[in-house]
Design a protein around this ligand. Structure first.
Ligand code: BDR
Ligand code: CA
Length: 318
């Protein structure tokens, strides 16, 4: 039976890749998309989610709009310099002909999870506001989830949005600290692993040669993301951030991990948003990680294998 997932997303160029990758994978059943601010404002992300499903021919998948702002601060603002002002690389996009469902993201997540105990995995690809709100609103949610496989954080490397922190986490550190404390299996696909997975310029060019609407949409939006990667990171290609969650769900054997409790820096200093893994016991004094469940932190990957897997699912011949 296909594994049932809800993707919580801020589409986003790499979000679009991950959504198409998931939809093209028969091992996964995408129950819904829920949206959040991040790469763009939430209303833009909702429009993009609807449009992506239309392009994929999957308007049967409901979209529920989520939070417009983090739990305890103002939204830092869209990452238009990475994803374009429309979140889709400034490619011209027709408005969707479908609409979001009446339920909000939190309501949809709680309803679907509680109706199918132990079946649903949440796959957050943006700030963790919706997931934290759902965990708080329904204390039995964690126990009824199959797990959470999220893109975000940086346990053993520097950040990308700030020297300390990764973009999804720094956009709502308080929410992330709630989610890393959830009493269910949590897998963190953070920069420790996603920055080891590069899809090269030559590989991205091969997507453009695929004659289907999904690949053609990716070909239209990827140039913006590639320009950012070249200018800011000196990379001929892109880091495959969000799709790493889908690769892990499909082929966990390609990954290595460590397991430690994780806390998020929710202070107001330069470290705000940093994900700290507790790798040793506190020698004295209070232990801020005490009582926190272990998180599976992905640290190693067979990058060639997962890039091949994703390209194959996107229709690029092997
Ligand atoms: C994350 O930040 C967003 O810009 C991407 O979509 C991804 O989810 C990478 O740090
Ligand atoms: Ca994202």
């Amino acid at each position: 039976m296909a594994r049932r997932i809800i993707i919580d997303t801020d589409p986003g160029i790499d979000d679009a890749m991950a959504i198409f990758f998931a939809i093209a994978s028969p091992e996964l059943d995408v129950v819904a998309l829920t949206t959040v601010f991040g790469n763009a404002h939430t209303t833009v992300c909702t429009q993009n989610a609807l449009r992506l499903l239309e392009i994929a021919g999957r308007t049967d998948v409901p979209v529920a709009e989520g939070a417009h702002a983090p739990l305890a601060m103002r939204f830092r603002g869209p990452a238009d310099f990475v994803h374009g002002t429309n979140g889709q690389g400034d490619a011209p996009l027709a408005p969707p002909s479908t609409s979001a469902v009446a339920d909000g993201a939190v309501e949809l997540i709680i309803r679907e999870v509680m109706a199918a105990p132990g079946e649903i995995t949440l796959v957050p690809l943006g700030p963790l506001t919706n997931v934290a709100r759902a965990l708080r609103a329904e204390p039995r949610l964690a126990a009824n989830l199959a797990g959470i496989v999220l893109m975000g954080g940086n346990a053993f490397c520097g950040g990308n949005a700030t020297p300390a922190a990764e973009a999804n986490i720094v956009n709502d550190p308080e929410a992330a600290d709630v989610v890393f404390g959830a009493a269910c299996p949590v897998v963190m696909a953070g920069l420790d692993v996603t920055e080891r997975i590069v899809m090269t310029g030559a590989q991205l060019d091969r997507i453009a040669a695929v004659d289907n609407p999904r690949a053609q949409h990716l070909a239209a939006i990827l140039p913006y993301y590639r320009r950012f990667a070249l200018d800011r990171q000196g990379l001929d290609g892109i880091f495959v951030h969000d799709s790493t969650t889908i690769s892990y769900l499909l082929a966990p054997e390609h990954f290595t991990s460590v397991s430690h409790p994780v806390r998020v820096d929710t202070g107001s200093g330069v470290g705000r948003g940093k994900t700290w893994a507790s790798t040793r016991r506190a020698e004295h004094g209070d232990d801020p990680w005490a009582g926190r469940p272990p998180v599976t932190i992905l640290t190693g990957v067979d990058a060639d294998a997962v890039v091949r897997l994703e390209l194959g699912r996107l229709g690029v011949p092997g």
